[in-house]
Design a binder for this molecule. Structure first.
Ligand code: PMP
Length: 406
């Protein structure tokens, strides 16, 4: 059971204290993006008020201050995910760009005709489409690990799909549509047996689950700051040094070079080789405050509270007529996807909004997963540390009320 003082935590989130359509806001769309504590907002504003300058090449004081604050975040992220070295942490626009970087740079060099890339049925489009694109270009084949009715990967079948042809196994640590927590270690073990690389999409995992890239022995790990109480449009790609060093640059421009002439350019060392152009300096600097927020509360405490909410919400929903829950994996993050017989999810989402409740509706960027369940989409409630049991009760009551009327 969680010992966190949720009311005190909520005071750090001014956005939660508002009325929507005349009702107190209940924000249950945290898997899409969660809210930002004041310390993150303040860090952004402080940067622009006091320290703003471009980083790295400047020798004036503001440039030095900005550079130090920027690189400090890299160090904090390296510690947060258990990377061996800070140079293995690359800043990107988000999980999507992190995966695109690997698919195009690693894929361009290391994928060949006849090779295979293995993903799972429950991948987000951003862990499907980049692989499809590079497979098409290289004449490689995309294969898919099946899942069972609860939303767990069927490991025996996954093992059958892995062969000497498999060069990359890419899957999410936790599913944004079903909440499933995937068995990273078991899948890494299977992949390593055939010498395949592993990329884990950690977008939904990093604020709830322990992540240690060294222990997990993954080659790449992708995450988004905005799903961990940090700024939008910012993410990280972790990669093992020896692989990153062998990969060609992803984009060309400033920062990623050592020397440029019209005849030839030599590239910078990692991580800068993969960070062309002026990065999102302010957001990177503010991101460290989000990591401090998570560390101060303790991921295990956050997870304990969210799991309580999930358990309570699941029990309430399963008791309501016409409601079907999608995703009952052995281990889950706090994502609750469901359908209501006779009510379209878009209508349900609108009526929830009329009651001040923010939920997500649709395919959640996982269309092949929806196809698997033979549905168009679901309604999804997802919980963060600032949500309360009372909010879950109100959400379930609102749902009952809507179902009664329609
Ligand atoms: N993978 C998963 C599992 C996600 O939930 C998301 C965001 N919904 C992404 C990838 C993409 O993240 P971003 O939009 O921040 O690039």
């Amino acid at each position: 059971k969680s010992t966190l003082d949720i009311n005190k935590i909520r005071q750090e989130f001014p956005i939660l204290d508002q009325q929507v359509n005349g009702k107190p806001l209940i924000y249950l769309d945290n898997a899409a993006t969660n809210q930002k504590p004041l310390r993150v907002i303040d860090a952004l504003s402080r940067h622009y008020k006091v320290d703003n300058a471009n980083i790295h090449r400047g020798i004036h004081t503001l440039a030095e201050r900005s550079t130090a604050a920027f690189e400090e975040t890299r160090k904090i992220i390296a510690e947060f995910i258990g990377a061996n070295e800070v140079e293995e942490v690359i800043f990107t626009k988000g999980t999507s760009e992190s995966i695109n970087l690997v698919a195009s740079s690693w894929g361009r060099k290391f994928l060949n005709e006849g090779d295979e890339v293995l993903i799972s049925t429950m991948e987000h489009h951003s862990n499907i489409v980049p692989w499809q694109m590079i497979c098409e270009e290289k004449g490689a084949t995309l294969r898919v690990m099946p899942i069972d009715a609860n939303g767990d990967i069927i490991l025996e079948e996954a093992e059958q799909l892995i062969s000497d042809k498999t060069k990359m196994v890419a899957f999410n640590h936790a599913s944004n549509s079903l909440g499933t927590v995937n068995p990273v270690k078991a899948l890494v073990e299977m992949a390593k047996k055939v010498g395949a690389k592993v990329l884990v999409d950690g977008a939904q995992a990093t604020s709830h689950l322990p992540v240690n890239v060294k222990e997990l022995n993954v080659d790449f790990y992708a995450l988004s700051a905005h799903k961990m109480y940090g700024p939008t449009g910012l993410g990280v790609l972790y990669g093992k040094r020896d692989i990153l060093e062998k990969m060609p640059p992803y984009q060309g421009g400033g920062e990623m070079i050592k020397d440029v002439s019209f005849e030839k350019t030599t590239y910078n060392d990692i991580p800068y080789k993969f960070e062309a152009g002026t990065p999102d300096i302010a957001n990177v600097i503010a991101f460290k405050e989000a990591v401090h927020f998570i560390n101060e509360l303790g991921k295990e405490n956050i997870a304990a509270h969210e799991n309580e909410l999930l358990k309570h919400a699941t029990a309430l929903l399963k008791d309501i007529d016409r409601v079907k829950v999608y995703g009952e994996a052995k281990e889950k993050v706090a994502v609750l996807s469901f359908g209501v017989e006779g009510i379209h999810h878009f209508d349900l989402g609108m009526w929830m909004d009329a009651k001040g409740i923010a939920v997500r509706t649709g395919h959640h960027c996982t269309q092949p997963l929806m196809d698997h369940f033979c549905i168009e989409g679901t309604t999804r409630a997802s919980f963060s540390v600032y949500n309360t049991i009372e909010e879950v009760d109100q959400f379930a009551a609102a749902l009952k009320d809507i179902i009664k009327k329609f």
